[in-house]
Write a protein that binds this ligand. Structure first.
Ligand code: PYC
Length: 413
């Protein structure tokens, strides 16, 4: 061993560099408690502290930071929705995403790729034209493009689809992007903690206490907490939380599965989605193909992943990209999607005073992370629903004011 290395053998070990400050003991009372330590919960905590000076906040997470849907999604960011309400909301989110690396001083690997939603039928082409018109009306860069344009950008795609469902055209959304999902949750979490917010992992909420129709506290596996404001931001666990307060919601929970292949050389710089084939795919900076399909056909509160999913997905992928027949699937997993009847989220206040809901994210929660955090923080801080999320109120299901976004889900469900 070179002598000069010996000095390290006798040196005192370097102090461990901690990304997060150490956790504190759970207090008996907070100004607000956020249930769910995924991207949305962390973003809400961050904006409560940064923009409203509310820092006596606890984020309670039953597992670990970003270990739910945040760490399980396929990282796509886009704003090419179908309704004006959806387009305005997701466009505001996309703009926040663009500056997050700088805000956090942490690289979230935000990468603008362009996003193709392929159409294989006349009716899909009609929906693409509809989306393009709504998008352009709001100044969003989305256009219907022909097969030649698609083929020029993605030469490895078999637009004939093996003769099964030839591609007829696509909606091309120039700002479509991907970002490192964990880093988004970590950046928000660290930013919130540095401003005084407490994050408590392995802390499960077991009950919510009310008095005279108002929230007064939460019960957890680590003891009771007094608080007048509780914000539920838990995706697949929403029905479990809302049942604690007898608040009915029309949410159903379905597993959404995804997988990655072994890494290959860069061959595709864009994101490709096919609603008819039920696939979406992008290539990660490591070269893996990150892929997913539609949600499982039956309601299930579970994150198991199945052979049936991989078989169905790869079958469709091979029609589009025949060379993928030679690739190995390296990992597969699932998240739990909380889906509403109109495929739009439920956000804002509820019939229980002091209880706020951010849910119903279905298969598009990741892209909403920054704006859901920001608008929910505003709603909680002022006890007034932020303008941008008024259309997503829970009572729209009783008032016949649905925000029909099914046509803008990435794949058919
Ligand atoms: O809405 O873009 C999307 C999406 C991709 C994967 C799941 N949802």
């Amino acid at each position: 061993m070179p002598l000069r290395l010996l000095k390290y053998a006798w040196k005192k070990p370097e102090e461990e560099l901690r990304f997060f400050p150490s956790e504190k003991p759970l207090k008996q009372s907070y100004d607000a408690v956020i249930i769910g330590g995924g991207g949305h919960g962390m973003a809400c905590a961050y904006y409560l502290a940064k923009e409203h000076g509310i820092t006596n906040v606890a984020v309670l997470e039953q597992g670990y930071i970003g270990g739910g849907n945040t760490g399980r999604n396929t990282t796509i960011v886009r704003s090419n929705y179908l309704t004006s309400e959806g387009v305005k909301f997701y466009d505001a989110s996309l703009k926040l995403f663009e500056d997050l690396s700088e805000d956090f001083d942490l690289n979230i690997f935000y990468s603008t790729r362009g996003h193709f939603t392929l159409a294989h039928t006349d009716s899909a082409m009609r929906t693409m034209r509809w989306r393009a018109e709504v998008n352009k009306h709001h100044g969003i860069r989305s256009d219907v493009v022909d097969v030649e344009t698609i083929q020029k950008d993605i030469p490895y795609m078999n637009v004939e689809c093996n003769g099964q469902h030839p591609v007829m055209g696509a909606l091309y959304h120039e700002p479509g992007a991907v970002a490192r999902h964990d880093a988004v949750a970590w950046g928000y979490a660290r930013g919130a903690q540095l401003r005084g917010v407490e994050i408590h992992q392995k802390t499960q909420v077991t009950g919510i206490q009310t008095q005279g129709g108002k929230v007064v506290g939460v019960q957890t596996n680590r003891g009771d907490i007094q608080t007048n404001k509780v914000i539920s931001m838990v995706a697949g666990s929403t029905p479990r939380i809302t049942r604690m307060l007898d608040i009915p919601t029309p949410i159903e929970v379905f597993p959404l599965q995804a997988c990655v292949t072994e890494p290959v050389k860069p061959f595709m710089n864009t994101i490709v989605v096919s609603g008819s084939l039920h696939v979406y795919v992008s290539q990660s900076s490591r070269g893996e193909l990150v892929m997913g399909a539609s949600v499982d056909p039956a309601e299930l509160h579970s994150t198991r992943s199945t052979l049936d999913f991989v078989e169905g997905l790869t079958d469709q992928m091979m029609d589009l990209f025949p060379f993928t027949s030679r690739l190995k699937i390296m990992r597969q997993w699932a998240g739990m999607s909380d889906i509403t009847p109109d495929f739009a989220p439920i956000m804002g206040k509820t019939p229980v005073e002091g209880f706020y809901l951010d849910s119903g994210w279905g298969t598009w929660g990741f892209k909403a992370t920054p704006i859901s955090g920001k608008t929910m923080a505003h709603t909680v801080a002022h006890d007034q629903v932020h303008e941008l999320i008024k259309p997503f109120a829970l009572d729209r299901f009783e008032n016949f004011k649905l925000v029909g976004e099914k046509g803008a889900a990435s794949v058919g469900h």
